[in-house]
Design a protein around this ligand. Sequence first.
Ligand SMILES: CC(C)(COP(=O)(O)OP(=O)(O)OC[C@H]1O[C@@H](n2cnc3c(N)ncnc32)[C@H](O)[C@@H]1OP(=O)(O)O)[C@@H](O)C(=O)NCCC(=O)NCCS
Length: 148
Amino acid sequence: MIEYFTITKPEEIDVLHGKTAQYRTLNIQYDNETIQYLKDHLHTKNSLYLIAKENNAFAGFCSIDSDWWEKGFLFLREIYVEPRLHRQGIGSEFVQRCIAHAQKHGTKGIVTETAFNNLPMQKLCSKFGFAEWENPEWKEGVTYKLLF
Ligand SMILES: CC(C)(COP(=O)(O)OP(=O)(O)OC[C@H]1O[C@@H](n2cnc3c(N)ncnc32)[C@H](O)[C@@H]1OP(=O)(O)O)[C@@H](O)C(=O)NCCC(=O)NCCS
């Protein structure tokens, strides 16, 4: 059974150290800089940091925070599911929880950015109604936006 926890302590993010995932030519890995960046955003307004566990073992991580340049939006900064547990709905559950959280806090919507070759993330976004958005600030990948 998968359980979901809200985390509030920076050191709980350290669980991402050494985590990797591959999809075709895409290689995801968490370096110190990325982990520090997540820690730096932990307590921004309306942030939500989630960890999924399976039998008390780490299964996934997701975070959303308000450090986005358009007022009233939350930024889904990170989402990661252990590769052995992909395609079992954990990513969907994370996104659903982020949407519920963003709506509860009266935001305008959620944005997220992903690599051009990150098809799983792109499909996940589409599944929840995110649309591709022409981001004037970032052209190195695809930006998705969900408007409430
Ligand atoms: C993206 C990610 C979080 C999805 O997590 P997940 O738990 O496998 O997602 P789900 O099981 O809820 O799947 C949701 C949808 O995503 C899409 N999807 C997930 N994996 C996919 C794959 N390998 N190929 C195509 N679509 C995929 C599907 O549309 C799927 O819906 P469906 O099962 O009804 O067809 C996961 O692949 C991951 O952790 N990837 C590595 C980290 C990463 O790339 N994060 C995003 C950085 S921006």
